[in-house]
Design a protein around this ligand. Sequence first.
Ligand code: BES
Ligand code: MN
Ligand code: ZN
Length: 502
Amino acid sequence: MKFAFSEISLPKRGSLALAVFADNELSPTAKDVDKITKGAITRALGSSRFKGKIGNFLEILAPVGLEVSRIVLFGLGEVEKLSQTDLETVGGSLVKKLNSAGARSVTVIVDELATDDIRTSDAAAAIAMGAMLGSYRFQKYKTDIDETSEPTLVRMTLSCKSSAVARKAFADMEAIVEGVFLTRDLVSEPANSLYPESFAERCLELTSLGIEVEVLDEAKMQRLGMGALLGVGQGSTRDSRLVIMQWNGATGKKASRKPLAFVGKGVCFDTGGISLKPAAGMEQMKWDMGGAGTVTGLMKALAGRKAKINVVGVIGCVENMPDGNAMRPGDIVTSMSGQTIEVLNTDAEGRLVLADALWYTQDRFKPEFMVNLATLTGAIIVTLGHENAGMFGNNDELAERIFAAGKEVGEGVWRLPMSDAYAKQIKSPIADLQNIGTGGRGAGSIVAAEFLAKFVNDVPWVHLDIAGMAWSSTDKPTVPKGGTGYGVRLLDRLVHDHYEGK
Ligand code: BES
Ligand code: MN
Ligand code: ZN
């Protein structure tokens, strides 16, 4: 789908989308069009349940007096209450409506929403961003495509005042959405196609954007002493990989600043290992690399919009399989940090992977902060469902910034507590640590976070447990079913709001 921006003018063909506010107050252009069509809009509104709310749509086909094929009215509710995410929702829903109607092109008129032009251009860009996010599909494995149900919309023109400003705002958004799409692609890819080596190859493709990519193989990780990560991968015929991506966008005095670091769990398939998972639903564990997928998409987004900041992304890629050579419950592994870990459950593998990835990252880069993302625990879904990621950390300022960024982009996070009382649960009687707590099913996500904390070496750190967020089983206006790309926009906003240009 292509996006274009123009000053306000009525199109000669295609579809025309017009805004209506709360209680069916027409936008200025809708008023004009109502006159041109001899009252078609007011008549249509009078005979429908449309009330001008967000989520309200009304189609008028073949309007008299205009050459367009249809008018779509979309509700914007009360202007003072409009948020960026509302506008994205409108854009995403509009794409859906137009595709099911068979429209090929649409001009969306974004009249002045307030007295301020800039706000209107931001609104236009937000609608376009929502439309782009909602247009995503993962179809590479479909060979029996039914042409009659294929999306038809190929072009959206946003027509607004200060359209050049809107076009510019959208250029950055487009780069961010490309990052989200990469994450969605990676997350949706099955494990026979996406495994540590092929994941690393996908990362290497990012060099074309100016990202430096290094790939550590098992021999190198062995030399670094990454016994925890390697232990998880040892039952798989697929070799493990650690991928390090660096984007050095900072210039001038800032060029030598410590980088921001993002670390991801990349378990390309999680069978549970010898502590095997039940069969039902196990196919979902192809997206257990969601944290790594988000880190990779984030790197693409930041490089794509040429963010003026130094960032490093590190992902630990493994496959957790049962096998004659697999790690056994009770095995003791030595992590890169030197701490020994008694592996009481081979299904608590993400924390083992992150143990070495986090330690390596802080040790090599001495970053300003580390944020890790992981589909770490089923327990976080019990706690927060699919509305918020779980947040844990050792730094209030960083946590508050992430919370605020999540609010802005509509990707929720909710912080949960950590304390020594929980940390006590992962003391092993015969090693330094054990990989599951003594408290049974209680506080599983917190205990997992306490385990990670042992490997951050006091660097400002936040852990996001995204097990409930990486995948969606329902279609939403800007997030179709499948891999969601959760976290790319959130962390891009964090970087943008607090670390660039300062
Ligand atoms: N990958 C899973 C967590 C998960 C569950 C992600 C459901 C997405 C959806 C993780 O490796 C795991 O198996 N965790 C165990 C930990 C337990 C053994 C302490 C869990 O949550 O049951
Ligand atoms: Mn597991
Ligand atoms: Zn897992």
